[in-house]
Design a protein around this ligand. Structure first.
Ligand SMILES: [Zn+2]
Length: 455
């Protein structure tokens, strides 16, 4: 099977140039100007379009049971939304049951993800750290799981500082990276009680119960633990200027620190909790203030924030209503996997905060490097043919209902967007044609390698 993308502008993390791109047997075969049309090749006219490496979402939660609610999106709906938006790979979180093994979690997530319409890999969330779990890390490496997550919060997931220290050291031995959800659990629980005791029970109580310092303290602590363990560290969904400052301090000490932020922290603020539909925006960490938003954009522009993931974790408004009268019972999370590329293009590239190359770097290349997918994230001969033909002229507006998520809301409803993934090639297959999903179920599991430093 051959496909020739003609007359597009190729955008890589470090260059842009006009070229044709020939795809054969799932790989990029050749990238050059004015290529002759090979026999039997499907032609895609990319004139006036950007030809970009498929985007990688570093952070999704499909088919997640939080104990009180199951996410509205499973892998079927979530992966369709992803690929329609130009995201060809998601890294979801397989989560260990505290009484179970990593192996059992991995098997369960493989089962959930079967038949997905985009490629996928799994970070492994460690819910219990002990010798048995440590020993399982070798099996995980062999199974293509080279990144882990540890939660400093949540009953059933919380791990203590010593466990994080020990796990970081074991991960380093295997070339694996650990990301942490950084918030101070014990303090925020007290603060939730305090906020409720003041009679604040609606969504506006959510950000009051987990202010910036709750994150910044945990970022600082996690990074000091990584300093002691002498390992690299990854902070997931960074939301505050204060947390960013702590990461920069760790770097100034010579530490290797990687940061992920999300579109919601770049585009929305805690003003949203004052609206009647504030529950829609209840996620952890919560939306922050204008100064945080600005600091995160500055960090991303400067290359000090390496990746942008969505933390896609969708719940319907009916599910959100479980927390009416008690904000601590609102299921945490919001959808975003479909719209991340459009949002970053519209509000990053078109405002001059990011170049097209930087967009590719933070949405694709850096994720490929950090999470051990060396044959993705670039339009170059030999790479896997995950390709987005991006139409820079498309215009639209995000609404609560007009998307492929299996969910009746979007935190970005009302946002005007420019650009869209007109066509998408997934492992060389032309799965999205003119914005329509033609080939579903074509996603593959990506067994990942050791992490590499970002660019
Ligand atoms: Zn998450």
């Amino acid at each position: 099977m051959r496909t020739l993308l003609q007359n597009g502008t190729v955008i890589n993390f470090d260059s842009r140039f006009e070229a044709d791109v020939l795809v054969e047997n799932g790989r990029i075969e050749s990238v050059q100007k004015g290529m002759p049309v090979p026999d039997g090749a499907e032609l895609i006219d990319a004139s006036g379009m950007y030809v970009m490496p498929g985007f990688i979402d570093t952070h999704t939660h499909f088919d997640l049971d939080t104990g009180s609610a199951v996410t509205a999106d499973n892998f079927d709906t979530g992966s369709k939304a992803a690929v329609l938006g130009g995201t060809t790979t998601v890294l979801d979180f397989a989560t260990q049951d505290r009484n179970g093994t990593l192996k059992a979690a991995l098997e369960m997530w493989h089962k959930k993800a079967r038949g997905a319409s985009c490629n996928y890999g799994f970070h492994m969330a460690i819910a219990r750290w002990d010798e048995a779990t440590a020993a399982e890390m070798d099996d995980m490496t062999a199974a293509g799981v080279t990144s882990y997550k540890m939660y400093m919060v949540y009953n059933g997931l919380y791990v203590d500082d010593g466990q994080i220290y020990a796990a970081l050291k074991e991960a380093k031995k295997r070339g694996a990276l650990i990301g942490a959800h950084c918030e101070n659990w014990h303090v925020l629980l007290r603060m939730c009680d305090e906020v409720k005791a003041r009679g604040i029970l609606g969504p506006e109580g959510h950000p009051l119960s987990r202010p910036a310092a709750v994150e910044a303290e945990a970022v600082a602590r996690f990074l000091r633990i990584a300093e002691l363990a002498q390992t690299p560290a990854y902070v997931v969904h960074l939301s505050t200027a204060e947390g960013f400052f702590e990461a920069e301090r760790a770097r100034a000490r010579g530490q290797e620190v990687y940061l992920e932020t999300c579109p919601q922290y770049l585009l929305l603020t805690d003003e949203r909790y004052k609206d009647f539909d504030g529950a829609k925006f209840v996620m952890s960490p919560p939306l922050r203030q204008e100064t945080d938003r600005e600091a995160l954009w500055r960090g991303l522009s400067a290359g000090a924030i390496q990746t942008v993931g969505t933390d896609h974790c969708s719940f319907t408004m009916a599910q959100k209503a479980m927390g009416e009268g008690d904000f601590t019972k609102i299921p945490n999370g919001a959808p975003g996997v479909q719209h991340r590329p459009q949002l970053m293009y519209t509000y990053g590239v078109l405002t001059g905060k990011l170049s097209l190359e930087q967009m590719v770097k933070s949405l694709s290349k850096n994720a490929a490097l950090l999470f051990g997918m060396p044959d993705r994230g670039e339009i170059r001969p030999g790479m896997a043919a995950d390709i987005v033909v991006w139409d820079p002229n498309a215009q639209g507006r995000i609404t609560d209902t007009d998307h492929a998520h299996h969910c009746d809301n979007s935190p970005y409803a009302g946002f005007a967007v420019r650009g869209r993934a007109r066509d998408v090639l997934l492992n060389g297959r032309h799965v999205v044609e003119n914005g329509v999903l033609k080939g579903s179920g074509a996603g593959k599991y990506i067994a990942r390698e050791r992490y590499q430093k970002t660019v």
